[in-house]
Design a protein around this ligand. Structure first.
Ligand code: FE2
Length: 261
């Protein structure tokens, strides 16, 4: 693919998203959140592309994947008013449907289109299938890291906004805001296992789940960026100070440091 194609993709994306704004403030706030998320994921992706020394075509594919990774989020929210896939629809598959229906990727060679589609298809899954290789694997791993980097930023901003100005908080909360953590979730994070998204019951579970993503990070530059931004510390500030949480904290920081060194 070439630069002109990337520019055309960006122009299409802007127009596509613009069509989801309406006079509904709640929908607009949530659409805007994902539109801005996409912009930042593109930057995170380019950061990783630099750090991992991607060249030419790989870079263009990386940016295209970041641009389109959440294209399914917009129709998802409009139709279901939620970003919870279990409560609505798989937004990765919905994204592929959008791209196919709009004939966006047809101008690319088959192999490039397949790389983009595979990376989008699996970016939100608990883990990648183990049969991916080459650039498909590399770019699929990169979008998962770039996406996570920005989700840390998004959730932290939401917690702060909600704490400081709860009356004007317009973003969707998918779970109950109760002080407890679900034992199954705590257990999974303490044993380094994967957290089943279906087990998440409370906002504190969600915070633990986000913290647990560090185990899924593919690249050291991602962890370096997380650390440099103090995102993990900030999320812990929003969790209760209990012996269990302190244990989680120790474990997570030790893990991140061991990978960075
Ligand atoms: Fe996504």
């Amino acid at each position: 693919m070439n630069n002109e194609q990337l520019s055309a993709f960006k122009a299409w994306f802007d127009k596509f998203v613009a069509g989801f704004y309406s006079d509904d403030e709640y929908i607009n706030a949530n659409i805007k959140m994902k539109e801005e998320h996409t912009g930042r994921v593109c930057s995170e992706m380019l950061y990783l592309a630099d750090q991992l020394h991607l060249v030419g075509n790989q870079r263009l594919l990386a940016e295209t994947i970041a641009l389109f990774h959440d294209v399914g989020r917009f129709p998802q929210f409009l139709k279901y008013q939620t970003y919870s896939d279990p409560k609505s629809i798989n937004h990765c598959l919905l994204g592929l449907e959008v791209l196919q229906k709009e004939n966006i990727l047809v101008q690319l060679p088959d192999n490039e289109r397949q790389i983009i589609e595979t990376a989008i298809r699996y970016h939100g899954e608990k883990e990648l299938p183990n049969n991916l290789t080459g650039d498909t694997l590399l770019l699929s791993q990169m979008i998962r890291d770039a996406d996570k980097l920005d989700i840390f930023n998004v959730v932290i901003k939401a917690y702060i906004q909600r704490r400081d100005d709860p009356d004007n908080f317009k973003l969707e909360m998918e779970v109950l805001d109760e002080p407890r953590c679900t034992p199954e979730v705590l257990d999974a994070i303490l044993t380094g296992g994967r957290i089943d998204y279906k087990a998440l019951r409370t906002l504190n579970d969600m915070k633990l789940c986000v913290l647990g993503w560090v185990y899924d990070v593919n690249f050291v530059p991602t962890l370096r960026r997380l650390k440099q931004r103090r995102h993990l510390e900030t999320i812990f500030e929003f969790l209760p100070d209990t012996p269990d949480i302190r244990k989680v904290r120790e474990k997570i920081f030790a893990y991140v440091d061991s990978r960075i060194e």
